[in-house]
Design a binder for this molecule. Structure first.
Ligand code: NAD
Length: 478
């Protein structure tokens, strides 16, 4: 069995390793991945610190070349990497390949950005003085990532971090280290100097904590749960360190009476259940006005009945397994909670057995739910959604905004007036009209409001807000 090591100061470093299990076939081990120690994390941070002065002053062409090469290799290996992704995370092969292509596009985008880092020159209010505003790398950046987008999220943090001249220690989620290992291997071979990029796989409580507590880590970009995010925020504030958090969602999809039914059903089924509902942008609250409610529910149920839940890499699979036993237990628990609260299970919610032993769950659709139910207030993070019946647009908007989260929100309507009003008044970082709440472009900002996100946006040119720091320099003619 291949053992995949950590990359610290340009060397592949071994240690205790653990099995990476395939959720579609839990008897299959994808590989053994090293679980780093506190000492590994400290060595990685020291290596990143030592590499920072040279990398942050490197020729932008050097940074461009590494990112470009990485984009090319990811593209050339998209089927293989997509297969690895589907095997370790459980989304379908098509979704895995799609996510891999997106990772390549992100590296491609930031390869260009390395050559476009601009500043400003302004006349001073004092005679004979000019003012220059420039952006510089922040320093050693700690990147801590979740399991549900195992190649896209590491890519959208690594690419801008390296593009702007930061050095990096990355810690992927324990459940899905394979894709990050592959990305780091690609970047390392693309020619990064030693210490610029360090990989320390392992437990959050060991490796993650060491990164978070280190005074030598200048910035942390985190994606994951609200609980872990809060701990990172507290530790970072104590150190006056820059940090950015992307966390949960309870994203609403509003369906109005005048919506195109097919479009609304597509948006709901894709947004709520594809990728096994394990997306921070999943539409877990379907807010539907009276006159279309029954037709919409019937059509969603009919569509769900035609979907195949099976091994992620099998031909014809629409929905793969849940990522592991504990996430499956959490999903089943929420199904029970919703039933106990009086919601009606209109479809699914059953454990499924397939040819290969995995964590299969039939998508669950609840009707007769209220926005006050735990089902509609807490993130389930599985293929479970609740329909909330409302009387009109105004009530739909108010229910949509009545949540602790604010990542993504969608509306299906033919009304320009309601679409425009929703774009303006939705309290979410991303708003979709006649599109699923999940599924975003790689070149524009990504992020939310309220309990979903904290700090600067990720992706696109807005990533520079986090991965650079601004310097204002004044100069007199003498
Ligand atoms: P998690 O918080 O359990 O883990 C995320 C990462 O933090 C992992 O690498 C984990 O090992 C690490 N970690 C755990 N404890 C730590 C600690 N004490 N110190 C430092 N690091 C620690 O989240 P998860 O279960 O992997 O991911 C699911 C969550 O991620 C969901 O809530 C989902 O909504 C969220 N998510 C958000 C976005 C977004 O962009 N908003 C995208 C994807 C996923």
């Amino acid at each position: 069995m291949t053992v995949f090591n950590n990359l610290i100061a340009g060397e592949w470093v071994g240690g205790d390793a653990t099995d990476n299990i395939n959720p579609s076939d839990s008897d299959t081990v994808i590989g053994r991945y090293v679980r780093g120690s506190k000492a590994d994390a400290k060595n990685a941070i020291a290596a990143a610190k030592a590499a920072f002065p040279a990398w942050s002053r490197s020729n932008p062409m050097a940074r461009h070349a590494v990112l470009r090469k990485a984009a090319d290799e990811i593209t050339a290996r998209k089927e293989e990497l997509g297969h690895l992704l589907a095997s370790e995370e459980g989304k379908t092969l098509a979704e895995g390949i799609g996510e891999t292509v997106r990772a390549a596009q992100i590296f491609d985008f930031f390869a260009g950005e390395a050559l476009r880092l601009a500043g400003e020159v302004l006349p001073s209010v004092r005679p004979g003085v000019t003012v220059e505003i420039t952006r510089e790398a922040v320093g050693v950046v700690g990147l801590i990532t979740p399991w549900n987008f195992p190649i896209a999220i590491p890519a959208w943090k690594l690419a801008p971090a390296l593009c702007y001249g930061n050095t990096v220690v990355i810690k992927p989620a324990d459940l899905t280290p394979g894709c990050t290992w592959a990305l780091v291997d690609i970047l390392h071979r693309a020619g990064l100097p030693e210490g610029v990029l360090n990989l320390v796989m392992g437990r959050g409580s060991v490796v993650g904590e060491t990164i978070v507590q280190s005074p030598d880590v200048d910035a942390i970009s985190f994606t994951g749960s609200v609980g872990t995010g809060s701990k990172i925020a507290e530790a970072s504030v104590r150190q006056m360190r820059k940090f950015q958090l992307e966390m949960g969602g309870k994203n609403p999809l509003v369906v109005l009476d005048d919506a195109d039914l097919d479009v609304a059903v597509d948006c709901a089924v894709n947004g709520a259940f594809f990728s096994t509902g394990q997306r921070c942008t999943a539409s877990s609250r379907l807010i539907v006005t009276d006159a279309i409610h029954d037709r919409f529910v019937a059509a969603v149920i009919a569509r769900l009945g035609g979907l195949t839940v099976d091994n992620a890499v099998k031909d014809g699979t629409d929905i793969g397994p849940v990522v592991d036993q504990s996430q499956l237990d959490q999903d089943m628990e929420y199904i029970e909670v919703a039933r106990g609260e009086g919601a009606k299970l209109a479809f699914g919610g059953e454990r499924l057995n397939r040819e290969t032993p995995g964590f299969y769950l039939q998508p669950a659709l609840f009707t007769e739910t209220t926005n006050a139910m735990r089902l509609n207030r807490e993130e389930v993070f599985g293929p479970v959604a609740g329909v909330i019946r409302v009387k009109d647009y105004d009530e739909a908007l108010s229910v949509a905004n009545d949540t602790a989260f604010g990542l993504s929100a969608g509306i299906c309507t033919a009304s320009l007036k309601h679409a425009c009003d929703f774009k303006r008044n939705s309290e979410a970082g991303m708003v979709m009209v006649n599109l699923p709440t999940a599924g975003v472009d790689f070149h524009v900002p990504f992020g939310g409001r309220k309990g979903s996100s904290y700090g600067a946006r990720e992706q696109g040119r807005y990533a520079a807000e986090f991965y650079t720091t601004v310097k204002t320099a004044y100069q007199s003619a003498g």
